[in-house]
Design a protein around this ligand. Sequence first.
Ligand code: ATP
Ligand code: AZ7
Length: 332
Amino acid sequence: EEWKDKGAAVEKRREVDANGNVVVRVVKRGVRDFNFGRTLGEGSYSTVSYVLFVLAATDRTTLKEYAIKVLDKRHIIKEDKVKYVNIEKNTLNRLTQHPGVVRLYYTFQDERSLYFVLDLATGGELLSTLKRLGTFDEECSRYYAAQILDTIEYMHSRGVIHRDLKPENVLLDDKMRVKITDFGTAKILDPPRTPRHEGDPNGVSGGDTGDSIEESRANSFVGTAEYVSPELLNDKATCKASDLWAFGCIVFQLLAGRPPFKAGNEYQTFQKIVNLEYEFPKGFPPVAKDLIQKLLVLDPAKRLKIDEIKSHEFFQGVEWGPALWKRKAPRL
Ligand SMILES: Nc1ncnc2c1ncn2[C@@H]1O[C@H](COP(=O)(O)OP(=O)(O)OP(=O)(O)O)[C@@H](O)[C@H]1O
Ligand SMILES: O=C(O)C[C@H](Cc1nc2cc(Cl)cc(Cl)c2[nH]1)c1ccc(Cl)cc1
């Protein structure tokens, strides 16, 4: 069927030419500029998912490989998800300078679909690797946890709270390096319009701080049960520390092979979270246990900050910054 390409995206690239002059190359891309290949994944077609599928695709001009996420316009409008799509686009456009975030190159549309052209993460989901191996040893856990934490630090520095961090949303590239995805439910902390009252270390924004309807709708979002923070359950508030609660759950899960809070149904899982009901399996490494106990703290203001986590004994010997992304992934 002829895909009449309506809105090609335009990307401006600054390059240096043979004579050393900086030139700005305008790159226009649409559906017809790609050869579409294998299916990488299907949208979960759960309530939030408006994703039809994610396909591998090759740029016909540069032969570079991408992942192209195809969204169904009709479904988005019917499910009233326009806001999520535009949050995903705006968030990804703010997070372009870090190896740990799936990079967005172009967006375009035709009459039926919207397209996100993204980094291709050929290593699949961290969750799949974890399920295959059962648990990670300490060295592997440290490597993946460090890259995830470094990426969370970058997101927060750009005023973005992910709000749905979980092993399914941590993809791996061809060098088994972390690529965090799924920003449709992220929160962008725009510069405070009104002076926030003291004691808001992380700019907590909740339904009752007089947020606009839009924001309170965004706050009506609840992440994935096992990783939801107590503050979201108690007062519908999300803050940067909520991502660090999820981080604590992920570190636990890498070493234990299961998340700390898991019950027969969502309601029971939520009960365990707000009552901090979890226990470590026998033989759980004590240093990791100490770190997790300082992350899975009910009061978000009392949770370790990112700098304190980076200097925790669990990350002893980890070289933070660019070096972290140059080292070879430990053999799983
Ligand atoms: N950049 C990518 N590279 C490779 N595979 C990807 C990429 N983005 C997504 N996928 C695969 O496609 C699947 C669906 O994509 P995505 O998670 O964005 O949609 P979704 O509707 O949010 O799905 P879910 O709700 O299951 O997370 C993912 O589970 C992942 O396996
Ligand atoms: O910002 C842009 O580039 C323009 C559009 C904005 C936009 N146009 C839309 C049309 C529909 Cl039907 C639904 C949504 Cl969410 C839409 N969002 C756009 C196009 C593609 C993608 Cl992936 C996101 C947003």
